[in-house]
Ligand binder design. Structure first.
Ligand code: SAM
Length: 257
């Protein structure tokens, strides 16, 4: 695995302690993605968690290997030198991580697909705010709709650049993501739902009618015809950013009936 560029290590001891205390992790298996030199890993282990850490950079794996030799020997820490964007995820109870910001989106989508009960994740603040943006508001996008369909997101902690070394150019935010046990607006065909949401936000300025027309080859001619024949005119005049979660699931379920 080759080294990525975005390595800003969390150095603020208070922030590290808080992140490790947001969940009850004693005797739980925690998945940590991008442990770096192990600042958070150390705190998680000290709080009694068993940690499985996925780190792409072999140099970091070497540092972690010597820093935590005892914990590795005792089986409390399992280091995986893998790319979290591609590798299979192991079984775990909670995921806690200061994510590499360049791969935040891909890793978040992969975690949602894999499924989990609880995640405490640090993101670039702007990204976290987009994830929490309410459907029907202009900051809402594919990420917001997909995350909020399957999970609840709660802000936990804001962190300034000085909490890291070297300081990044952006503010950061820690959030708690809890997967919904039952969807508020059930989706009959999750694969089609994901395609539909992606397509509608890929032309977010267009009305639903025009947007669906441009996506006919992707969503299929029959499904396109079914949606436009069954949706009321006032709905077809809306743009993706004006739709609610209920609207998205409704449109998807009409298409896949
Ligand atoms: N958690 C550490 C901390 O807070 O000090 C390091 C955070 S640093 C922002 C991100 C870490 O993720 C780096 O160690 C980097 O090598 C690792 N990383 C980047 N991309 C990755 C990927 N695709 N899979 C696994 N680890 C990755």
């Amino acid at each position: 695995m080759s080294a990525p560029h975005d390595q800003h290590f969390l150095t603020d001891p208070d922030a590290i302690r808080k992140i490790a205390h947001f969940s009850d992790i004693k005797d739980q298996t925690v998945l940590e993605i991008g442990p770096g030199k192990g600042a958070l890993t150390k705190e998680l282990l000290e709080r009694g968690a068993k940690v499985i850490a996925i780190e792409i950079d072999p140099k970091m794996i070497e540092i972690l290997g010597s820093r935590f030799a005892d914990e590795i020997d005792s089986g409390r820490l399992n280091l995986l030198n893998e790319d979290a964007v591609r590798c299979d995820y192991p079984d775990f109870d909670i995921v806690i991580a200061n994510l590499p910001y360049s791969a935040s989106s891909k890793i978040t989508f992969r975690l949602l697909e894999h499924g989990f009960k609880e995640a405490v994740l640090m993101y670039q603040k702007e990204f976290a705010l987009r994830m929490m943006a309410l459907p029907g508001t202009s900051n809402c996008g594919r990420l917001s709709v997909m995350v909020q369909t399957y999970a609840k997101v709660m802000p936990l902690l804001n962190l300034p650049p000085e909490a890291f070394s070297p300081p990044p150019a952006v503010d950061s935010m820690v959030v708690r993501i809890t997967m919904k046990e039952e969807l508020t607006y059930p989706v009959d065909d999750p694969e089609f739902y994901s395609i539909l949401v992606r397509e509608l936000f890929s032309h977010r300025r267009k009305t639903l009618k025009k947007s669906l027309k441009s996506s006919r080859s992707v969503i299929g001619e029959k499904r396109y015809e079914r949606i436009v024949s069954m949706l009321p005119d006032e709905m077809l005049k809306k743009r993706a950013e004006e739709l609610s979660l209920k609207d998205f699931s409704n449109i998807s379920n009409i298409a896949t009936k």
